[in-house]
Design a protein around this ligand. Sequence first.
Ligand code: BGC
Length: 249
Amino acid sequence: MEVLGIDIGGSGIKGATVDTAAGVLTRERLRIPTPRPAVPVAVAQAVREIVAHFSWTGPMGVTFPGVVLDGVVRMAANLDRSWIGVKGADLFGEQTVVLNDADAAGVAEMAFGAGRDRRGVVLMLTFGTGIGSALFVDGALVPNTEFGHIEIRGKEAEHRASDRVREEEDLSWDKWARRVEEYLRHMRDLLSPTLIVVGGGVSKKAGKFLPYIDLGDTPVVPAELRNEAGIIGAAMAATGAATGATRLP
Ligand code: BGC
């Protein structure tokens, strides 16, 4: 089935049509810079532009960088506070399913990427503007985990180890990798995952920082779908394709 997937990020809003059975984009993706301030009406306008570009009238999935429960935004750490209480289907249209961005990326990675056929506890973490998390138990999603806000050295993990912090503090790859490793060790000690998948935009540069990260027996692998995971996972959520092995909120 072909479905439109849209990924709302801190710097860009990206969309494409997706073949949800194959987990691939069917048309080249369109990226629009995230409006500033990223208030609901402005983001909805950008989403409408993407919908118009693809002349889309069918179901669509939209990711959101915050907690989404029953289609309603409950928390938005890096977006405008006015999002809280917004119902996705009211803003983007009746045929829209909205879910957390890391959850969407994780759903796609579990179906078509680094988490394929992996049982047990799998933790996906996305490093971007913030740190997103998606937790899977035998392929089923535990939604809205928000592990980027766990405290490390008295600070939220995403304020120490997100990719934005690496850029803002101009950290070398090995210095940043040490912060990421400390965070991953903490998460490993809390959850004992059988696999950790590192995603987000920075995952395409995994060769620069993963070699510095050693978690002993716990494998840490880069996401395979790179920047497309959110778009693909959003589309999967809209078809309900993810409700079998991977349940959605
Ligand atoms: C938000 C999460 C989101 C992550 C990545 C965090 O600040 O709380 O909901 O998944 O950033 O965008």
